[in-house]
Ligand binder design. Structure first.
Ligand code: G
Ligand code: G
Ligand code: MN
Ligand code: NA
Length: 250
């Protein structure tokens, strides 16, 4: 088990890196952006997943430094390749509720020179549960910077349609559990259909996550999803090795 001191050390030693997973457009031919996913490049344990250290970081408050590092790295790295592609950074609810968040995002953009329209922030529904008027204020302030806001893991928490009324999200990410069950579950298919139908009428982009097979892709295309992400196209890779062109045969 790692401790707060280990994690602090990792941050100072530059062992925290971002990997980039491609997100492809509707036809499955063009990379429209990347999701930046944090990795702890541990000298003994190899690549440690954020699932194994984000909870500790949230408990100890180190998430603020980690999150700031993630934003800065993603903006700086995206700036070296950007040609209209977006880069999406995950925000933990703890970060979202920090009063300095908007300034931190503004500074990451200013320092890197990344056009704000190329940055997306991914938040989960849990962020929206409490304190909703403050949260909507924060979302509006972020949006005023020119960045996009995505609702991540949609459908897995206490999904409420009223979120979509109180704030104009740019994108909804359909949780990969629905994509996984598409072939076997009428319910999963019905939920995907409902999410894409609603999103398309509200002009909100939809990214289906966890797309692993051609069959899933075909079904999701038929349902009107606008973007796709998953191992069928590419895994998260370090900036230099990131996928640059779609190679999956569609
Ligand atoms: O890439 P992987 O499957 O290991 O990611 C696991 C989880 O960690 C995902 O839910 C993802 O949203 C989250 N995550 C990945 N990178 C970051 C990050 O930079 N910040 C936060 N808060 N969460 C992240
Ligand atoms: O919670 P969030 O959506 O941010 O999580 C993203 C995570 O999903 C990443 O850690 C990534 O490794 C994982 N992931 C991405 N594509 C696939 C996929 O096709 N299959 C599976 N099983 N996991 C995926
Ligand atoms: Mn995400
Ligand atoms: Na997700």
């Amino acid at each position: 088990r790692q401790t707060e001191a280990d994690l602090r050390c990792a941050l100072h030693l530059g062992q925290i890196e971002m990997h980039y997973q491609p997100i492809v457009d509707k036809q499955g031919r063009r990379i429209s952006g990347y999701e930046a996913l944090m990795r702890w490049n541990h000298p003994a344990r190899g690549q440690v997943s954020p699932l194994d250290f984000i909870p500790l970081a949230e408990e100890t408050g180190l998430i603020h430094e980690l999150g700031e590092r993630a934003l800065n790295l993603a903006c700086q790295q995206a700036m070296t390749w950007v040609d209209g592609e977006s880069v999406a950074v995950n925000l933990s609810p703890v970060q979202f509720n920090h009063p300095g968040l908007v300034d931190i995002v503004a500074l990451a953009l200013a320092d890197s020179g990344l056009p704000p329209g190329c940055l997306e922030l991914e938040i989960t529904e849990s962020v929206l549960l409490e304190n909703s008027s403050d949260n909507v204020k924060t979302l509006r302030a972020l949006k005023a910077l020119g960045v996009g806001i995505s609702l991540d893991d949609f459908g897995t928490g206490y999904s409420s349609l009223s979120y979509l009324r109180s704030f104009p999200f740019d994108r909804i990410k359909i949780d990969r559990s629905f994509v996984r069950d598409l072939g076997e579950s009428r319910e999963a298919l019905a939920i995907v259909r409902a999410i894409t139908g609603l999103s398309n009428s509200l002009l909100i982009k939809t990214t289906a996550e966890g797309v692993e097979t051609q069959e899933q892709l075909a079904r999701l295309q038929a349902e009107g999803c606008t973007h796709f992400q998953g191992f069928l196209f590419g895994r998260p890779e370090p900036a230099q090795q990131r996928l640059r062109r779609v190679v999956a045969v569609v």
